[in-house]
Design a protein around this ligand. Structure first.
Ligand code: TXA
Ligand code: MG
Length: 354
């Protein structure tokens, strides 16, 4: 398949942008697939109400079809059509955080095919914050099913370059657009609104505290951090080895000086064997490391910066053929919780505590 790459440049006039997005919308309405930017990561979109489109998405990603897709909408009126009812708490959270990086799970209505929901009676819905995404969704008929636009098992793409790397030749169109300065870089927070006490299934930029401040008590799926838990995660996708770079990543936790010493000892040993190494560290520490590729994640108190860069670093390490990577550990508070969740997954839960 020939993939059309359509660029939307910063400052481009409205009409020209709209014409391109209308064309992308036609592709979706005709059952095709289009990758599009959101404020979290790029999505791989298809018509959420068309079972054949959902099948194509799974095939393009190489993803198991029991892993449900998020339905992206642009207007609240559209929500009513795809869920059985809109609970009061959903309205409150939508008012507070939509458009934005929050996905809510509700009971699905009959018009949503089981192919979109991976066989579940529930549907995950999100109204993304990126202006291009909102226009594209409207032009597509209002309901765009989209997982992250990476091949299954690879880190989610935050730039069109990595969408092209994974999806060229597999889908109809890729919208290449600036992600915006408010680029979040990690996937949306998922909250299950069908349980009596709403439950966070995947941490993200919208934290549990932010959600609880609007609707009161919430729970967190125990499997998010506890790798040893015997229970399967409640979001089916969380069970797969995700976000993984090709090489081996280890998280190193401890006093800063000990972390530096440990990492430099390891990178030296690898260097002696001719193996390429990489380090992810905070701005304050970065000049102390010795490795082939050193990534500055931002200041240690700026978790948003770390979130925004993490997946790009993992992709760059792959491009640079780095075999062994080490990362500092980050404080598991606020957005840091989501950062550590993704980092632990990328590391296959390998963590050295000094
Ligand atoms: O930020 C995001 O959410 C991005 C952008 C493109 O919007 N999308 C994204 O989609 O991360 P994906 O497919 O990579 O992750 C969706 C997650 C999976 O873990 C899936 O299992 C879970 O959402 N999910 C979807 N529907 C669900 C449902 N009905 N019940 C439980 N989990 C669900
Ligand atoms: Mg994904």
């Amino acid at each position: 398949m020939k993939t059309q790459i359509v660029s939307l440049v910063w400052g481009e006039d409205k009409e020209s942008k709209h014409a391109k997005l209308a064309q992308a919308g036609e592709v979706i309405k005709n059952g095709g697939l289009v990758a599009f930017p959101t404020e979290t990561v790029y999505g791989l979109g298809g018509d959420a109400l068309n079972a054949e489109s959902a099948k194509k998405i799974y095939a393009a990603k190489g993803r198991p079809s029991d892993n449900p897709l998020i339905v992206h909408i642009a207007d609240m009126e559209h929500l009513e059509k795809i869920v059985r009812e809109v609970p009061e708490n959903v309205r409150k959270l939508a008012k507070a955080f939509w458009p934005g990086p929050l996905t809510m799970i509700m009971k699905k209505s009959d018009i949503v095919p089981y192919q979109t929901t991976g066989g579940l009676d529930t549907v995950a819905v999100r109204m993304p914050g990126h202006p291009i995404a909102l226009i594209f969704i409207r032009e597509s008929g209002g309901y765009v099913a989209a997982p992250s636009a990476n091949l299954s098992g690879k880190p989610s793409p935050t730039t069109a370059k990595y969408v092209i790397q994974d999806m060229d030749g597999r889908i109809d169109m890729i919208l290449d657009a600036y992600m915006g300065s408010e680029n979040i870089g990690i996937e949306s927070t998922i909250v299950d609104m069908t349980s009596e006490i709403p439950m966070i299934l995947r941490p993200g930029y919208i934290t549990q505290e932010m959600i609880s401040s609007i609707i009161g008590k919430t729970d967190t799926d125990v499997t998010i951090f506890d790798n040893a838990s015997n229970e399967p995660p409640k979001a089916p996708g969380m069970k797969y080895r995700h976000y993984a770079p090709k090489g081996e990543l280890v998280i190193v936790e401890g006093e800063p000086q000990k972390v530096v010493n440990y990492i430099n000892e390891q990178t030296k040993l690898h260097a002696q064997k001719g193996e390429k190494t990489g380090v992810i560290g905070t701005s304050e520490m970065i000049r102390n490391y010795q490795a082939d590729s050193i990534k500055d994640a931002g200041r240690h108190d700026d978790m948003l910066s770390v979130a925004g860069r993490l997946y790009t670093f993992l992709r760059e390490f792959d491009d640079e053929n780095i075999a062994y990577m080490y990362s500092e550990s980050f404080a598991s508070e606020g957005v840091g919780q989501a950062v550590m969740n993704r980092l632990l997954k990328a590391a296959g839960h390998r963590c050295v505590k000094l």
